[in-house]
Design a protein around this ligand. Structure first.
Ligand SMILES: O=c1ccn([C@@H]2O[C@H](COP(=O)(O)OP(=O)(O)O)[C@@H](O)[C@H]2O)c(=O)[nH]1
Ligand SMILES: O=C(O)[C@@H](COP(=O)(O)O)O[C@H]1O[C@H](CO)[C@@H](O)[C@H](O)[C@H]1O
Length: 330
């Protein structure tokens, strides 16, 4: 690791692997003292099996028993399995991604749901959690908020964890984070070695200051995490970023084919950011297409899909958002 990444890793990595490792009173005091409002956002596409337990636990622990969270929103991302009803019954606010900023249309993708969530929430601190998390994750929210409440210089905190692989009904103790290990980490180390200290650059659990999140674009699909990391590095520098060790992260994993498409979206986003990082250089003519193959018993059948970068502009540039924020400040 380069000296700057190594120094960052030593200075900006904290630990919150269980509730016992967190000083909750200190967190609540820092939140009050800073006059903060905390929004928790779960982007959810067909997560009816897991979102209810997650929401109920988050609400009970961090809204009812302790006033750490002020707003808990599930953004329903074109679900067809009753995710919205399950989340609402568990106590979350729920909004359909397509219903937010309708004048800007609706696009598929996780990043679209996260971008829209900025216009559907009001906290100055925003925590993002995947809605397919398994096991006890009650310490994730306070763990992610810790660095933001402790140091005003920190604008963005990513969770890091070991990652078992839950696939085909089997749970293996390691092997999760396949796109991270096989695509994102090698590319980030090659192009932005200062980010080499991030253990889970693609992890779906992170928190940020709205003042930073509204200044950067959101890639509409699965390129959102790698895009945010590079863009927030540019916005505030490495010292404005942090990570917190949350122990273990279990989630429902997708097929290799689905992750191949995800990797394609990550590669397209990295190439686009690499190109804009090097103005005047010859552009990298990324095709934005990915062809994968299945074997039908007779021969290989190609299947092509778009993995090009589609992104939304910084939310702060959206007039309806600015009016919303002015109204809240008013
Ligand atoms: O179009 C999408 C795709 C995913 N997600 C949500 O984003 C999170 C991460 O997606 P997924 O679990 O598919 O990715 P993985 O964790 O398997 O990499 C989950 O809460 C999904 O429900 C979403 O809101 N819209
Ligand atoms: O980290 C990864 O390699 C991928 C896939 O994880 P698994 O191999 O299914 O454990 O998961 C993450 O990547 C997505 C793209 O950035 C995020 O949106 C997901 O939240 C995150 O789980």
């Amino acid at each position: 690791m380069r000296p700057d990444a190594r120094a960052w890793f030593a200075h900006r990595t904290t630990t919150a692997t269980s509730l016992a490792a967190i000083d909750l009173d200190a967190l609540l005091h820092a939140k009050r003292r800073g006059g903060h409002r905390v929004s928790v956002v779960l982007p959810a596409r067909n997560e009816a099996a897991t979102v209810g337990h997650l929401v109920a636990d988050l609400r009970e622990r961090w809204m009812v028993r302790a006033p750490l969270v002020d707003e808990l929103l599930v953004v329903d991302s074109d679900s067809t399995d009753g995710t919205a009803a399950v989340a609402r019954a568990a106590g979350a606010d729920v909004v359909a991604s397509a219903d937010v900023l309708p004048g800007h249309g609706s696009r598929p993708g996780k990043g679209e749901a996260l971008w829209k969530s900025l216009a559907a929430t009001s906290g100055d601190l925003v925590v993002f959690l995947d809605a397919d998390l398994l096991g006890d994750v009650s310490h994730y929210v306070p763990g992610l908020l810790g660095p933001l409440l402790a140091d005003p210089q920190v604008c963005y905190v990513k969770g890091c964890y070991t990652r078992p692989l839950e696939i085909d009904g089997q749970s293996r103790p390691a092997g999760g984070g396949r796109v991270t290990e096989l695509t994102a980490r090698p590319l980030l180390n090659a192009l932005w070695p200062e980010l080499a200290g991030f253990v889970q650059p693609l992890g779906g659990e992170y928190a940020g200051r709205r003042s930073a999140l509204e200044q950067v674009p959101f890639v509409s699909a699965y390129g959102v995490e790698v895009g945010l990391l590079v863009d927030l590095l540019r916005l505030g520098g490495l010292s404005s970023l942090a990570q917190v060790d949350l122990g273990v992260r279990r989630h429902t994993s997708q097929s290799q084919e689905a992750l191949g498409a995800m990797a394609g979206e990550v590669v397209s986003t990295v190439l686009a950011r690499a190109e804009s990082d090097r103005p005047g250089q010859r552009p990298l003519p990324a095709s934005g297409l990915l062809t994968q193959f299945r074997h039908d018993g007779t021969g290989f059948v190609p299947r092509s899909r778009s993995v090009g970068v589609d992104e939304r502009p910084p939310m702060a540039t959206v007039p309806e958002y600015r009016s919303l924020r002015a109204g809240l400040a008013g």
